[in-house]
Design a protein. Structure first.
Length: 302
């Protein structure tokens, strides 16, 4: 599960994409030459791990931004974070000439203090425009669940802009993404405040429903390759479990592409009700949010 970013711009305005936000060059092993400061090549790569194939590529930009891409997906940047300050000196240096020569990320790290003054991508900003007022009103009792960690931009932003006592649990399917977020994107884990679980998103929601846990906001931002949301992250069972774990007045926010929008909205309306599910254009009619709201005096879901 990964958060796929800048897709609308990449699809509709591809001529304006810069090299950092398009990883295709790094995926082509035919690249023969790279200069010492060629940030279009990854800083390092996570290789295959267990059943997770392909590579997870970590990029460090000249402006100390961090980006992540998957070697088996030609979409481009999956997630991005701007870090404060300059690139640490030990994170500088030449880039490999070919992807096959790029160093492994396994024994590396490059500290990042995320710049949480703003979100990097439109759908992230819109999600936080919904969540932050709710956490402010909750005054320290706000709890949130995120399916699809990416570079941890959402949990880090939420915790910086919400009152003390706020907590967020993130679920990420690919363990390499968790390692990348921790070692390169500035994910700061803290028990009861900022926690990450390596699990399937649908299964994680089911386990929380069975345990009787409740949240003010739940969010899904998980994708497979080519912007496809896996069934376990958008089916009726997921919707039912999200309904069960939301507090009265709570919101379930799902980031999705237009190709799966209508069918997913229909599924969610079947669980939450027609008037409780609305959509919001996140970017250029390609990237969308589905917002499902629990009534303020919600009855339990059978």
């Amino acid at each position: 599960m990964v958060s796929i970013r800048h897709i609308a711009a990449a699809l509709l305005l591809s001529s304006s994409c810069n090299a950092l936000h398009v990883s295709k060059r790094a995926q082509l092993d035919s690249v023969d030459v790279a200069s010492d400061d060629d940030v279009t090549m990854p800083f390092c790569v996570y290789g295959e791990e267990g059943s997770f194939n392909g590579t997870v590529q970590v990029f460090i930009g000249e402006d100390n931004s961090r980006s992540l891409a998957f070697g088996n997906d030609d979409i481009g940047t999956q997630t991005s974070t701007k870090c404060k300050g300059d690139i640490p000196e030990f994170c500088r240096g030449g880039r490999a000439q070919k992807l096959g020569y790029v160093q492994s990320c396994e024994m590396l790290s490059c500290p990042c203090k995320p710049d949480n003054s703003q979100m990097e991508f439109p759908e992230q900003k819109r999600m936080m425009d919904i969540a932050v007022p709710l956490c402010t009103a909750a005054a320290g009792t706000f709890k949130s669940l995120l399916v699809g960690l990416g570079g941890a931009a959402i949990p880090e932003y939420l915790l910086e802009h919400c009152p003390d006592g706020t907590g967020i649990e993130s679920v990420e399917f690919d363990p390499r993404v968790v390692k990348a977020a921790t070692n390169f994107f500035g994910l700061n884990l803290a028990p009861g405040i900022n926690e990450v679980e390596n699990n399937d998103g649908g299964l994680a929601a089911q386990e929380r429903a069975e345990a009787g846990k409740l949240y003010d906001v739940t969010m899904v931002d998980c994708f497979q390759s080519s912007g496809y949301v896996p069934d376990s992250c958008r089916n009726e069972k997921l919707a039912e479990n999200m309904h069960k774990i939301l507090k009265p007045g709570g919101k379930f926010i799902h980031h999705i592409w237009a190709s799966q929008l209508d069918s997913t909205v229909a599924t969610y309306r079947g669980v939450f009700g027609n008037t409780s599910v609305v959509t919001q254009d996140a970017e250029l009619g390609v990237s969308w949010l589905i917002i499902s709201t629990m009534p303020s005096t919600a009855a339990p879901f059978d």
